[in-house]
Design a protein around this ligand. Structure first.
Ligand SMILES: [Zn+2]
Ligand SMILES: [Zn+2]
Length: 211
């Protein structure tokens, strides 16, 4: 049944020339489609609000904390090692000189015990003591020079990427299954990037770390 009323305007939803009454009807139909859209927006907002950031980032945060712990441990280790090195610089020499002092002392004790010494003995002992005196004095005025370089930590040492659910997180492939020597032509490359190579080497599918 074709409308007999005079058409007033072209409707933008159907591009037809419509009368006023039909225009109103079309308009009402369009308006009624807004309500479900509002419902959908509210639903999505609710979904977004219930999204728990910490739940999703928890594992990543754990990795970051492990990295921090490892770095601190490395600093502590090198600190301890260098402290020991510093002590060793002197303790070894001190032990050496103490040993020499005791040797000379036992020679003197022996001469006293036997009540027999020559001028040559005295000269020799005097010369040995003089030499030790100089060494010990030198040790006392020794300074230590320590050159240190600041630890360089680049922002790029930690890279954070959001990954799609269906992609494999290669950083989780932590252990090396097997080290392969691969000859050219013995495999078919399926996918690769700078670090990994996914190859088909009959009958296996291998994920190869280029290192
Ligand atoms: Zn229309
Ligand atoms: Zn009409």
């Amino acid at each position: 049944s074709k409308c007999e009323r005079r058409f007033r305007a072209s409707c933008d939803c159907c591009n037809k020339n419509l009368c006023l009454q039909h225009l109103n009807e079309h308009n009402a139909l369009v308006i009624s489609q807004l309500s479900p859209l509002t419902d959908k927006i509210n639903m999505l907002r609710h979904q977004l609000q219930s999204f728990n950031v910490h739940e999703v980032t928890g594992i990543g945060r754990g990795k970051l904390e492990q990295w921090r712990k490892d770095c601190h441990e490395k600093i502590d280790q090198i600190f301890e090692k260098k402290c020991q090195e510093l002590d060793c610089l002197f303790t070894e020499e001190m032990n050496q000189q103490n040993k020499k002092l005791l040797q000379i002392k036992s020679k003197i004790d022996k001469l006293i015990r036997e009540q027999e010494a020559t001028k040559q003995d005295i000269d020799l002992l005097t010369s040995e003591i003089h030499q030790l005196d100089e060494e010990i004095t030198k040790l006392n005025i020794t300074n230590v020079q320590i050159n240190t370089y600041p630890l360089v930590i680049e922002d790029s040492f930690i890279q954070i990427n959001k990954i799609d659910e269906y992609k494999i997180d290669l950083s989780n492939v932590a252990h090396v299954h097997r080290t392969l020597k691969i000859r050219d032509g013995s495999y078919t490359t399926l996918a690769d990037n700078n670090q990994f190579l996914l190859v088909h080497q009959k009958p296996n599918l291998c994920l190869i770390d280029r290192d």
